[in-house]
Design a protein around this ligand. Structure first.
Ligand code: ADP
Ligand code: ZN
Length: 529
C-alpha cells in the first residue's frame, strides 16, 4: 500500500491496528515513528515496558527494505522473531547460536527482500561479511536496542557497540534509531556522541511508573521478611527476587519452596537448558517466582509481574530502576521492595576497593553506590528522589513507603560522636581497627569473648551507648557510612575516620538520621524472636 494519509489514518496507524492490533499509539510513539518513517534519526529514552519496540518495528514495516535491529539479547531473539511471525511480520535473526545452514537461509531471505525485520547480535556487525551482505540488500533503518551498552564502562558489548558509529558512514541515508531504558543525562549525551547521533531527534519519555510502589526496608532476616511480604501481599503472584550471588539465589529459592511457594532459581551458573526452561516457565505459567541474579530479566516482557524484590543492595540506581521496572508493565498495582543493611554497604565498599580498573573507574562505582545509598536513606519521597536522579522533577507521590509512612528524623549527633570517638580511641590508644560489630558491642557494654580478649571493657567508652538497641546502632553506622561521615576498609570491614568525621567530633556538624518506621522495628524484633 502507498504510504500517506488515507481515510483510516496514516500508514503507520494502519500498521498499528492491522498488524499489532492496537487502537492508538502510546506516549511518544506517534511522534517517534513519524520521524523515523520520514527518514530522520532518533534517540529514544523510555522506561522498560514503555513500548520501544513498535518505535522501530512500525517504521520498518512502512519503509521500503529491511529494518536491521541490533540487540545484545541473543537469548531472546528466537522469541521475539517467533512473536513477530505470529503477527504475520516477516522477521529473522542472525547470531552465533545458529548453524551455517540456518544462517544461509536467513541471508537468502534478506537478499530476496523477503524480510521486514532482521535481528542481529552486535558482534555480527563487526564482521565484514555481514556488512557486505547488508550492502547487497536494502536496509530501511537501523535500530540500536539497549543503546546504553555503548556508554556503560566495562560493559560486555561495548566494543561492538562503539563500532556501530560507523553505520552512519556506510549508510548515510539510512535512518538510525537508538533506544534505551537508561536515561541519566550523562548516559544520554554519551550515547548521542558515541553513536554520532548529533542530528537525531531526542525523545525522552517520563520515567515515572506510578503503579509501582517503592519500598525500602531495613534488612534483618531478609528471607523471612520476603516470605512475610509474599504471604501478606502477594499470594499466588508472579514476581522476581534478585540476589547478588548465585549461592544466595539457590538458598533463597530453596527457602521459598520449603515454605510452599513455587520458586525457580536463575543464574549464570546453571546450564543453558535449565535457564531457558525456567525463563520459559516464568513467562508461561501463572504465579511463579524466579529468584535470580541480575543475569535475569533483560528484555523479558511479562506484563503481570506483581513484585520485584531485592534482597541485596543493587550497585546503582540505574540498575535498580531497570530491574524494578519489570514489575507492573500492565499498569496494575505492583511492589518494588528492597531490603538493605549495613553489611551490604560494607561488602560493596570492599568490592569497589578491590575491583579491577583504574582510580577513575573506582570513583565512578563509588558515586553509583552513594546515589543508591542516598535513595535508601532519604526521608523524602522515594519517587521524587528516583526521578530526580533521571533528571525529572516531580512532587511527593503518595505511593511509596516514605509517603505512606513518613519516617521521622532525629538528632543523632551524640550517638555519632560516641561511635566515632570509639573508633578514634582504638586507633590512637592501641593502634587497632575493628568492624562495626565489635564497636557496637563496646558501646553497648557487652562482655563478649572478643571484647574480653582485647581488653575492650577497660576502654572509657565501654557501655556508653546503652540508649540505643543493637539494631539502632547498626542503623547509625549505616547512615553515617551513606553520609560519608565514617568509612570502611579492608577485608574485615574495619571502620575508619573520614574527612567528614572530624566535623562531627568537634561538634561543628549536626547529624540528622532517619528513624526506622515502627513497623520495621517491630518486624526486626519478631524476626529475632
Ligand atoms: P519496552 O521495549 O519499552 O520495554 P515493549 O516494546 O516490549 O516495551 O512494550 C511493552 C508492552 O506494551 C508490550 O506488551 C507491547 O505489546 C505493549 N504496547 C506497546 N505499544 C502499545 C500500544 N500503542 N498500545 C497497546 N500496547 C502497546
Ligand atoms: Zn512517594
Amino acid at each position: 500500500p502507498e504510504p500517506g494519509n488515507g481515510p483510516d489514518g496514516s500508514e503507520a496507524e494502519r500498521v498499528l491496528r492491522r498488524v499489532f492490533g492496537y487502537d492508538a499509539f502510546r506516549g511518544g510513539q506517534r511522534e517517534i515513528i513519524e520521524h523515523v518513517v520520514a527518514g530522520g534519526d532518533a534517540l529514544v529514552l523510555m522506561p522498560t515496558g514503555g513500548g520501544k519496540s513498535l518505535c522501530y518495528q512500525i517504521p520498518a514495516l512502512v519503509r521500503k527494505g529491511v529494518g536491521v535491529v541490533v540487540s545484545p539479547l541473543i537469548a531472546l531473539m528466537q522469541d521475539q522473531v517467533d512473536a513477530l511471525r505470529n503477527l504475520g511480520v516477516r522477521a529473522g535473526f542472525l547470531n552465533s547460536t545458529q548453524d551455517p545452514d540456518e544462517r544461509r537461509l536467513v541471508e537468502a531471505e534478506f537478499l530476496a527482500g523477503e524480510l521486514d525485520l532482521l535481528y542481529l547480535a552486535p558482534e555480527r556487525l563487526r564482521l565484514e561479511s555481514t556488512l557486505r551482505l547488508l550492502e547487497r540488500g536494502t536496509v530501511s533503518l537501523f535500530a540500536i536496542d539497549e543503546a546504553h551498552c555503548v556508554a556503560q564502562w566495562g560493559h560486555d558489548f561495548r566494543p561492538d557497540y562503539l563500532a556501530l558509529s560507523e553505520l552512519h558512514e556506510r549508510w548515510p541515508s539510512v535512518p538510525r534509531i537508538a533506544l534505551t531504558a537508561t536515561a541519566t543525562e550523562a548516559t544520554h549525551s554519551e550515547i548521542a556522541s558515541r553513536l554520532k547521533l548529533q542530528d537525531a531527534h531526542h525523545y525522552v519519555a517520563s520515567f515515572d511508573r506510578p503503579n509501582i510502589q517503592y519500598r525500602i526496608a531495613a534488612k534483618n532476616d531478609p528471607k523471612r521478611q520476603l516470605l512475610e511480604l509474599l504471604r501478606t501481599e502477594h499470594t499466588g503472584d508472579a514476581g522476581i527476587v534478585y540476589c547478588l550471588s548465585r549461592a544466595s539465589v539457590e538458598k533463597t529459592a530453596d527457602f521459598l519452596v520449603s515454605n510452599g511457594i513455587e520458586a525457580l532459581p536463575y543464574h549464570a551458573g546453571l546450564d543453558g537448558l535449565t535457564r531457558a526452561e525456567h525463563q520459559a516457565r516464568f513467562l508461561r505459567e501463572d504465579g511463579l517466582v524466579v529468584v535470580a541474579t541480575i543475569a535475569f530479566g533483560m528484555g523479558i516482557d511479562k506484563p503481570d509481574v506483581r513484585f520485584v524484590a531485592h534482597l541485596d543492595l543493587p550497585k546503582s540506581v540505574e540498575g535498580y530502576y531497570q530491574e524494578t521496572g519489570r514489575a507492573g508493565r500492565d499498569g496494575l498495582p505492583s511492589t518494588a521492595w528492597l531490603a538493605y543493611g549495613l553489611q551490604d554497604v560494607i561488602q560493596q565498599r570492599k568490592m569497589i576497593d578491590t575491583s579491577e580498573g583504574d582510580e577513575a573507574h573506582r570513583r565512578r562505582l563509588g558515586a553509583h553506590l552513594e546515589a543508591m545509598l542516598a535513595l535508601c536513606e532519604t526521608v523524602a519521597c522515594r519517587r521524587v528522589q528516583l526521578l530526580d536522579y533521571f533528571g525529572q522533577q516531580s512532587g511527593p507521590c503518595g505511593n511509596c513507603d516514605t509517603c505512606l509512612t513518613p519516617p521521622e528524623s532525629w538528632d543523632g549527633t551524640i550517638p555519632a560522636q560516641k561511635l566515632l570517638s570509639t573508633v578514634v580511641r582504638l586507633k590512637r590508644e592501641r593502634n587497632q581497627k575493628f568492624g562495626a560489630g565489635q564497636i557496637i558491642d563496646i558501646l553497648l557494654g557487652k562482655k563478649t569473648a572478643k571484647v574480653i580478649q582485647f581488653d575492650h571493657d577497660a576502654l572509657s567508652v565501654f557501655g556508653v551507648g546503652t540508649e540505643l538497641r543493637e539494631a539502632e546502632w547498626r542503623g547509625v553506622v549505616r547512615q553515617l557510612l551513606s553520609q560519608g561521615l565514617i568509612g570502611v576498609e579492608g577485608d574485615y570491614g574495619t571502620l575508619v575516620l573520614t574527612e567528614g568525621s572530624a566535623a562531627v567530633l568537634t561538634r561543628q556538624r549536626e547529624v540528622r538520621l532517619r528513624r526506622e518506621p515502627e513497623k520495621a522495628a517491630r518486624a526486626a524484633k519478631s524476626a529475632k524472636a
